[in-house]
Ligand binder design. Structure first.
Ligand SMILES: Nc1ncnc2c1ncn2[C@@H]1O[C@H](COP(=O)(O)OP(=O)(O)OP(=O)(O)O)[C@@H](O)[C@H]1O
Ligand SMILES: [Mg+2]
Length: 411
């Protein structure tokens, strides 16, 4: 046996001579042997040394072998257990096999038989370990593929919408400009300003026009693939700027808004204005969700945090709210262009897809996670090293979710 292939054997038997004999023989074959003279001690040793193989006497004073076997099988560590019976102990041997023993041997133990049996048990363990390794590998590859698959699908959809959006936005810009200037002229015309009914109608056209312009601007922002001007910056700055813009408005909505910026956050390359846009989109969405529940009355709460996860080499920002929950079944669609659950006229459904694009261009990750008390947090993370892509790290999403749970439960 090579060094890494030293197997541990635990012998549990009340007969001292047999224990010592087995120990000597097995040690000659390079097994690492521990012995115990009764059931309770055997169980104790089992937990302490985590053996690969156990030779267990069936007849012992106090706790018998079947009971010991039963208890060993409840423990988290698993080993192959051989039952050692006297002559005529076939029935108990069968019982032991039903309790999960690997095999049984009749006393006196023949060393040749013992050696073959132990090798069989070791071969089984090696096979199981290899299988487990493969299953683990397949699971981890699957997980990664799933994440990448979702991202790819998202990118493909976004690219398609992007191309269409760019064309539409471009074509609509000219007529929109013309409408805008004609409308300004109308609003200065005394025939209209002196007629309240007419003025109200034109005002309504103006409101709808403003909405249309917003949609076109968003489609343009979205599809122009804004290349961004990336500078060495701390994430705290655009997050704080976004917060600052909304502090007063949220007070008017009776929403308690808090901000908790991590000090000494590592700097990274980011586009300040784009990242601020993401924060603003998160805040507006949270405000709408809170308004849905509290209708401008007290009780609404939105919290902003920035964090750093050194183990995953990333920094992140998150916005938590206690507003209406994300609708069940929509989780996979939230970042899709034009997906909205808001009434017609309230949302374009482009907010989060614009954010998705921005964060993707920063090699980052964007998402949301459910939290206790029916709250949830929308987050985005950026790599500390801008050359790395966080999408390649399958462990980053679970790590972010864990971190946010801990961070918000402490708050
Ligand atoms: N904080 C939140 N709480 C609950 N649901 C949310 C939250 N943020 C986003 N959502 C869900 O995601 C959907 C898409 O959000 P997104 O920002 O892309 O579009 P929108 O807010 O509907 O419209 P807009 O284009 O005006 O932003 C929302 O309609 C809503 O259903
Ligand atoms: Mg939105």
């Amino acid at each position: 046996m090579t060094q890494e292939n030293i197997y541990k054997v635990l012998v549990i038997d009340d007969e001292e001579i047999l224990r010592d004999r087995l120990k000597q023989l097995l040690q000659l074959d390079d097994y690492e042997v521990t012995t115990a003279e009764n059931g309770p001690k055997g169980i104790e040793e089992f937990s302490r040394i985590s053996p690969d193989l156990v030779l267990l006497d069936i007849k012992m004073p106090g706790m018998d072998g079947i009971e010991v076997l039963h208890r060993l099988k409840q423990l988290p560590h698993s080993a192959e257990v051989f039952i050692m019976t006297g002559h005529g102990g076939l029935e108990t041997a069968i019982l032991a096999m039903r309790e999960g023993a690997f095999d049984y041997m009749t006393k006196p133990i023949e060393y040749d038989e013992l050696e073959i049996n132990l090798k069989r048990a070791i071969a089984k363990r090696q096979l199981e370990a290899r299988e487990k390794l493969h299953v683990d590998e397949i699971e981890s590859v699957n997980k990664k593929l799933k994440i990448q698959g979702v991202q790819l699908l998202q990118s493909a959809k976004l690219a398609a919408v992007g191309e269409l959006g760019a064309g539409v936005a471009h074509e609509m810009n000219q007529p929109l400009m013309a409408i805008a200037s004609h409308m300004e002229i109308l609003l200065l015309n005394p025939a209209i300003t002196s007629d309240p009914k007419l003025l109200e109608k034109v005002q309504k056209i103006k409101d709808q026009f403003a909405r249309l312009s917003t949609i076109v601007k968003r489609m343009h922002d979205y599809s122009s693939g804004r290349t961004g001007s990336y500078v060495d910056e701390t994430l705290n700055r655009p997050v704080h700027d976004g917060y600052y813009l909304f502090a007063q408005q949220f007070k008017d909505h009776n929403i308690e808004l808090t901000i908790n910026l991590k000090e000494d956050l590592s700097r990274t390359k980011l586009d300040r204005h784009q990242i601020q846009d993401v924060v603003i989109n998160f805040l507006i969405n949270s405000r709408d969700a809170v308004d849905d529940v509290f209708s401008l009355k007290e009780g609404g709460r939105i919290d902003i945090v920035t964090r750093e996860l050194p183990a995953n080499d990333c920094i992140l920002a998150a916005v938590r709210d206690n507003g209406i929950s994300v609708q069940e079944g929509t989780e996979e669609s939230l970042f899709n262009p034009f997906f909205t659950t808001k009434p017609v006229g309230k949302g374009t459904g482009l907010g989060l897809s614009v954010c998705y694009n921005i964060i993707k261009n920063h090699n980052g990750i964007i998402g949301f996670t459910a939290l206790p008390d029916k709250r949830k947090a929308f987050y985005f993370a950026l790599p500390r090293d801008p050359k790395k892509n966080l999408v390649d790290d399958a462990g980053v999403i679970p790590a972010i979710q864990e971190d946010l749970k801990a961070c918000f439960s402490a708050a």
